[in-house]
Ligand binder design. Structure first.
Ligand code: CP3
Length: 368
C-alpha cells in the first residue's frame, strides 16, 4: 500500500483458471472448483521434508519457504485455489504476544492474558507493514511463482478465535478461561475484540495489496459459543471486518471475494449469509440442502465433506462427493472439506477427492 492508503497494482502473471473466483461470485462455471483447508500440511512428505528441523514460526517468517509450501500441493493435485502458508497466530504475535509452536502440543502462549489489566501489555497501534510484512512478501512472491495457474487466498483468524487463544494460552476443550472473560469482563472482552478487529482489517488490506485474490476469515472457535454469545461476541466483528475491508477496496476499485468460515456455528448460518461475505464456509455437521434453504441463494457456499471421509476407500469417496454435489448443486458452490486435512491422511485419497469433484460436477453441469 502506498503512503496515502491507495492500493497499487503489481505486474502479476495473468490468471489462467478463475473458476474459484467465479463460483465465489455465484457465476457459471464448467466444473465445481475445489481446494482443501490445510492443503499445505504434514500429510505431504515434501511438506514434512521442507519443514524438518525448523521452528514453525521461523518457517512462517521466510517468504521463500512459505511460497514453496504453498505451491507443493498444486504440483500434485488439480486444486482450483491455493492458500498462502502462514498461521492465524501471527496476529497476536504482531500485537506483542509471545507464541511458540511446541511439537506434539501445538500453539503455546507462555504468558497468556489473565485479567483485563493484561490488555495494557498489547500493542494498540500495530504497524502491520512492519510486523507482518513477511506475510505480505510471501504473498507477493507466491503470486508471481504461481504463474497465474490458480488464485491465491489470503486469510486471518477472526477476533473471537484469536481472543480465545490469547487467553487460553493454547488449545483447550472447554475454552472456559476465554469464556469466563465474556461473562465476567464483557466490556474488556469487547475492547480486546475491537483491538483485534482493527489489526485484522489492516492485515487483510495489506494481503490484498500484496496480491491476495480472495480472503478467508477463520472463526474456528465459533462452536464453543452459544447463539446468544455468538451474536454478541463474534458476529458483529465478522461483519465489521467485511464492511471495512470492502469499503476500502471499493475506494481503490478492487473487488476481492471474502469467505467466512465459522466452524460449528449451525445457528449462525442465516446471519452469516447476511454479513457481506460472498461465501459462507460450512463444517460437515450441516446438511447441504438445508444450508442452501437457510441461506436462500444469497451467498455461495463452501465445504463441507467430513475430513475423515478421506479414510474411506476411493470408490466410496467418489460416492460421498457425488451426494455432496447433489445436495449443494453446482452453482455458487466451492467444494472443500468441513475442516483441515489431518497429518495421517493419504495424499492419494486427497487426489481422489479432487478428481471426484471435477468429474462429477462436469457431468452434472453438462446435463443441465
Ligand atoms: O494449507 C493451509 O490451509 C494454509 C496454512 C494454514 C496453517 N494454519 C498452517 C499450519 C492455515 C490456513 C492455518 C490456520 C490456522 N492455524 C487455524 C484456523 C484453521 C483451523 O484449523 O481451524 C488455526 C486454529 C491455527 C492454529 C494452529 N496452527 C493449530 C491448532 C496448529 C496445529 C498444531 C499441531 O501440532 O497440530 C497450527 C500449526 C500449523 N499451521 C500447521 C500447519 C500446516 C502444522 C504444524 C507444522 O507444520 O509443523
Amino acid at each position: 500500500m502506498s503512503k496515502d492508503g491507495l492500493i497499487l497494482p503489481k505486474d502479476f502473471p495473468q490468471l489462467l483458471n478463475d473458476t474459484f473466483l467465479r463460483a465465489a461470485r455465484g457465476e457459471e462455471t464448467e466444473h465445481v472448483p475445489v481446494w482443501c483447508m490445510r492443503q499445505a500440511g504434514r500429510y505431504l512428505p515434501e511438506f514434512r521434508e521442507t519443514r524438518a528441523g525448523k521452528d514453525f514460526f521461523e518457517t512462517c517468517r521466510s517468504p521463500e519457504t512459505c511460497c514453496e509450501l504453498t505451491l507443493q500441493p498444486l504440483r500434485r493435485f488439480a486444486f482450483d485455489a491455493a492458500i498462502i502458508f502462514s498461521d492465524i497466530l501471527v496476529v497476536p504475535q504482531a500485537m506483542g504476544m509471545d507464541v511458540q509452536m511446541v511439537p506434539g502440543k501445538g500453539p503455546t502462549f507462555p504468558e497468556p492474558l489473565k485479567e483485563p489489566e493484561d490488555l495494557q501489555r498489547l500493542q494498540t497501534k500495530v504497524d502491520v507493514g512492519k510486523e507482518l510484512g513477511y506475510v505480505f512478501k510471501a504473498i507477493t512472491l507466491t503470486r508471481h511463482k504461481i504463474e497465474g495457474k490458480v488464485p491465491l487466498i489470503g486469510f486471518t483468524g477472526a477476533p473471537w478465535t484469536l481472543m480465545s487463544y490469547m487467553i487460553e494460552g493454547g488449545g483447550s476443550n472447554t475454552h472456559s478461561k476465554a469464556k469466563r472473560w465474556l461473562y465476567r469482563h464483557p466490556e474488556s472482552s469487547h475492547m480486546l475484540l475491537r483491538m483485534l478487529t482493527d489489526v485484522i482489517v489492516e492485515y487483510l488490506l495489506g494481503q490484498v495489496a500484496a496480491g491476495a485474490q480472495a480472503l478467508q476469515v477463520f472463526e474456528s472457535h465459533a462452536g464453543i459459543l452459544g447463539p446468544v454469545e455468538f451474536k454478541e461476541f463474534s458476529l458483529p466483528y465478522l461483519r465489521d471486518i467485511a464492511h471495512r475491508v470492502k469499503d476500502k477496496l471499493k475506494e481503490a476499485g478492487q473487488d476481492v471475494p471474502m469467505i467466512v468460515f465459522a466452524k460449528d456455528a449451525h445457528y449462525g448460518v442465516e446471519d452469516l449469509s447476511q454479513s457481506n461475505y460472498e461465501v459462507v464456509g460450512l463444517d460437515w455437521t450441516i446438511d447441504p440442502r438445508s444450508a442452501r434453504e437457510r441461506t436462500g441463494g444469497k451467498v455461495s457456499l463452501q465445504g463441507n465433506m467430513d475430513p475423515c471421509a478421506l479414510y474411506a476407500p476411493k470408490e466410496q469417496i467418489s460416492d460421498i462427493v457425488k451426494r455432496m454435489l447433489e445436495g449443494f448443486g453446482t452453482r455458487g458452490y466451492i467444494a472443500n472439506l468441513g475442516h483441515g486435512l489431518y497429518p495421517d491422511m493419504d495424499p492419494e485419497n486427497v487426489g481422489a477427492f479432487v478428481e471426484a469433484v471435477h468429474q462429477h460436477s462436469k457431468q452434472m453441469i453438462k446435463q443441465m
